[in-house]
Ligand binder design. Structure first.
Ligand code: SF4
Length: 196
């Protein structure tokens, strides 16, 4: 267990990349977390409740964070296509621009250049999260490729077209770009490697 303990000691220290006091480029760590998530989440997960779940706050606190990001021009809200009462949060071009200064960029670079490979590192983290989910009865967000609800190359009878991917949970077509985004309704397929 010594190596595992040492790994956790090191992992905790990497969190200084996303947990910090004060502001960086005018945003607190929680605002960065929210903006980052909303830039990476699919259309089903860009909601205030998914945001609260991801950042680990109440809906009210998440709403205040959203309001501040809206006031700064980094986010805009729009009604969901299917349910006009539901809100989808979109990152604006101004928000995309500030994300180029994201404080976690050095961490992403460090992972991208790992000798073991970023894919292997990602798969190991995914395994760890699955174990934690099972033990703590919780649910983590992940991308579609390893989700039990993803079907590839389905023929959509309603639209009479061949789609790249279909989500059986939301009964919706997905583009190739969408399957790499984060989803809070992700349901893992097991312990296999994530295809790229
Ligand atoms: S396939 Fe899974 S991860 Fe992808 S949108 Fe559907 S529920 Fe979410």
């Amino acid at each position: 267990m010594t190596a595992a303990r040492q790994a956790v000691d090191l992992l905790v220290q990497t969190s200084s990349g996303w947990h910090f006091d004060g502001a960086r480029h005018g945003l607190t760590d929680r605002e960065w977390m929210a903006l980052r998530l909303l830039a990476r989440a699919n259309r089903f997960s860009r909601t205030p409740s998914a945001l609260a779940q991801f950042v680990g706050t109440s809906r009210a606190t998440a709403s205040q964070t959203v309001k501040r990001l809206e006031d700064k021009g980094y986010l805009q809200r729009k009604s969901a296509d299917q349910d006009k009462r539901s809100v989808i949060l979109d990152v604006t071009p101004r928000g995309e621009k500030i994300l180029a200064s994201d404080p976690i960029a050095p961490l992403i670079h460090a992972i991208a250049t790992l000798e073991v490979g970023a894919n292997n590192f990602r798969d190991l983290l995914s395994q760890i999260l699955r174990q934690l989910d099972a033990r703590q009865n919780r649910h983590h967000a992940d991308s579609c490729r390893q989700c039990i609800f993803l079907t590839e190359a389905a023929y959509n009878r309603a639209s009479r077209k061949q789609t790249e991917y279909t989500c059986r949970f939301f009964r919706a077509d997905l583009t190739g770009a969408e399957v790499d985004l984060l989803c809070f309704n992700f349901e893992g397929r097991g312990s296999g490697a994530v295809p790229t």
